[in-house]
Design a protein around this ligand. Structure first.
Ligand SMILES: [Zn+2]
Length: 138
């Protein structure tokens, strides 16, 4: 085994360094995000660290007008909606994340398959904001 740690903290530590990481199975090449200790496909423990390119395409999305409390605290509401989506990473796996930089006044014009790239945004009230992963048009 390498010294690669398969903990949630490892994933967020990498994100703070602008790195999106996961794991790749050395036996069957299954790619997982966040990183996994055991391959979900073949149960191998030969997992290696993978740094994603950050390139993705939009697979599904929804525009949220009535946000949960955390997002209300971050400044979103019916007049300031946000977009959350499922993206397909260049390396294969899908994940959900906030999508920024889209014109939400015409959500019907948002296209599935739009090329995206990862970005790190600060979300939350000033002083207590945290870095979160988001995607924006490439
Ligand atoms: Zn595997």
């Amino acid at each position: 085994m390498s010294d690669f740690k398969f903990e949630t903290k490892t994933f967020y530590d990498a994100l703070n360094q602008n790195e999106l990481i996961g794991s790749k199975c050395q036996t069957c090449e299954y790619v997982a995000i966040p990183q996994r200790y055991i391959c979900p496909a073949c149960h191998s423990e030969k997992m290696e660290r993978l740094v994603f390119s950050g390139k993705a395409t939009l697979a599904a999305y929804t525009v949220i007008y009535i946000p949960p409390t955390e997002m209300v605290n971050a400044g979103y509401d019916a007049k300031h909606p946000y977009c959350t989506g499922i993206v397909t990473l260049e390396e294969g796996p899908r994940m959900s994340a906030q999508i920024v930089g889209l014109d939400l006044s015409q959500p019907q014009n948002i296209k599935i398959g739009t090329p995206l790239k990862m970005t790190i945004i600060e979300r939350g009230p000033e002083g207590t904001s945290k870095k979160v992963l988001a995607f924006e048009p490439a």
